[in-house]
Design a protein around this ligand. Structure first.
Ligand SMILES: NC(=O)c1ccc[n+]([C@@H]2O[C@H](COP(=O)([O-])OP(=O)(O)OC[C@H]3O[C@@H](n4cnc5c(N)ncnc54)[C@H](O)[C@@H]3O)[C@@H](O)[C@H]2O)c1
Length: 474
């Protein structure tokens, strides 16, 4: 087979991690904390290297890198170090009456060898965040960063090679064929972040080895704006959540559902917030240092198609629309007059186009959302507790935020992830630790005492009475 990567090196790394993973089963809290501290120390002493690499990939502004790439990882490490002893300690469970005399507990053992496949949009955070959970859980890991952000991928490789022995953590760089080769290895767990389409490929490959999976996927996350709302507050938060990272955020509001009587006011507010945030000196947003670029020309063309297709089918651009192809620049854009025949209303946008559609009653908005795949995130802007409760209880999404958007990613006491098409399994904090752990069920019976002996054959009158009593009383 003609291949551009070293499969023998991958095999050798996998085999050495397999052996290491067995010895890690009884690793102590202190040993795992030490591995996490090494990662924390490297990150803190190489902040400028990390910023430069990510900036080189798609001009992400430094404050965005600090907050959304570095801080989220360092806070995840800090949180894991603080809580690891409690997460690792066996959890006693109570004994039901038919099991009287026995004791039981849950022991958290590392799943073993793990594979982490990362996307390009938060290329540092989404490769290293899951690694924190893997190390906390006592697993080995091979990390495959995205090939679309080569500077960050090289930096991650350098970082891991400087910190860890390859039998504990290794980085394998490369394109789809490398990912596919890695997927043929019998990992114990695969943690994938990326699109639902590739998520299905990952799950099929994992099924060959019955590896468990965490799939952090995407989709169309709605933001509902009720008429009982502080419009200026909602507009600021939507503009930030949508256009940070140039719209290339899995939990960005994909589209807005606004109550029809406040549509025009909301559009005006969004327009002025875009100018306040990205064009305060009125020089043009393309001059702004605070606005990132689309990752490559392929994605720019994909977004341009969404805009052109919607325009051709009757939609209008209410704000923005400027594209500079040579710079992968795509202006913050708002679209109106949309219909379901337009691709922009069917596909995850993953860029700075914000479609705004209207509803007349909350039920109509809920029905619209429920007709689509379950989103990764759902945002509600409303002063009415009744409205937010109704939406929260009548829709399904991986996560939800009331009166803000995107910020739930930073709350590491909450599970982060999707549901069905937007993901399977959860990440962050304790939930990330659990994703990489086997919750082993352990029951200890007293020698010579087992209530179940009375149910052993040969069955007789007493067995019959006991089994009937069990059905009657429990
Ligand atoms: N839920 C989350 O936390 C989260 C976070 C960020 C991005 N996302 C989602 O990720 C998507 C965008 O990222 P992307 O374009 O990098 O995703 P992608 O699915 O194209 O690629 C992700 C990774 O999978 C690998 N890959 C691609 N095709 C593959 C194949 N056929 N077989 C095996 N591996 C393959 C890539 O090399 C890359 O490392 C969006 O859908 C977004 O919503 C989700």
């Amino acid at each position: 087979m003609n291949q551009n990567f070293n499969s023998i090196a991958i095999d050798s790394t996998f085999n050495s991690q397999k052996s290491k993973s067995i010895s890690l089963r009884n690793s102590t809290t202190a040993e795992r904390v030490r591995q996490l501290e090494k990662l924390q120390d490297w990150i803190k002493s190489h902040l400028e290297d990390i910023r430069k690499a990510i900036y080189a990939d798609f001009k992400k502004p430094y404050p965005e890198i600090d907050a959304s790439e570095i801080f989220v990882v360092t806070s995840e490490i800090k949180h894991a170090i603080k809580n690891l002893a409690s997460w690792m300690s066996p959890k006693k469970v109570s004994t039901p009456t038919p099991m009287l005399g026995s004791k039981a507990h849950i022991q958290y053992e590392p799943k073993g060898t793990t594979l982490i496949i990362a996307p390009w949009n938060y290329p540092f955070n989404l490769a290293i965040g899951p690694l924190v959970s893997a190390l906390a859980a006592g697993c080995t890991a091979i990390v495959k960063p995205s090939e679309l952000t080569p500077h960050t991928s090289a930096l991650i490789r350098r970082m891991i090679e400087e910190i860890y022995e390859p039998e504990l953590v290794a980085v394998v760089e490369g394109e789809v064929e490398v990912a596919q080769y890695l997927l043929s290895k019998p990992f114990d767990h695969i943690f994938f972040t990326g699109s639902p389409a590739v998520g299905k490929i990952i799950m099929k490959a994992a099924a060959e080895n019955l590896a468990s999976v965490t799939l952090e996927l995407g989709g169309k996350s709605p933001a509902i704006v009720d008429s009982d709302v502080d419009i200026q507050d909602a507009a600021s938060k939507i503009v930030w959540g949508k256009y940070v990272n140039c719209g290339q955020t899995c939990i960005a509001p994909d589209y807005i559902l606004v109550q029809e009587n406040i549509k025009n006011e909301l559009i005006e507010a969004i327009h002025s917030k875009i100018n306040e945030m990205y064009d305060p000196k009125i020089k043009g947003i393309d001059e702004s240092k605070d606005y990132a670029r689309i990752v490559n020309d392929k994605h720019l063309k994909r977004l341009k198609h969404l805009l052109d297709d919607a325009n051709r089918k009757g939609a209008k651009i209410a704000v923005g629309g400027k594209i500079i192809e040579t710079e992968n620049y795509f202006e913050p854009t708002v679209m109106i007059d949309l219909t379901e025949e337009m691709d922009v209303m069917q596909e995850e946008i993953f860029g700075p186009i914000l479609p705004i559609i209207t509803y007349s009653s909350i039920e109509e908005a809920i029905n619209y959302i429920n007709e689509k795949s379950k989103p990764l995130a759902l945002y509600i802007f409303s002063n009415s507790k009744n409205v937010s409760e109704t939406i929260l209880t009548q829709t399904s999404s991986g996560g939800a935020v009331v009166n803000d958007c995107v910020v739930h990613f930073l709350q590491n006491e909450l599970p982060f992830g999707g549901v069905n098409n937007s993901g399977i399994g959860k990440a962050h904090g304790h939930f990330g630790f659990l994703s990489f752990s086997n919750e082993k069920a352990i029951l200890e019976q007293r020698v010579g005492l087992t209530p179940s002996k009375s149910l052993y054959p040969p069955y007789n009158f007493i067995t019959k009475k006991i089994s009937q009593a069990l059905l009657k009383w429990f």
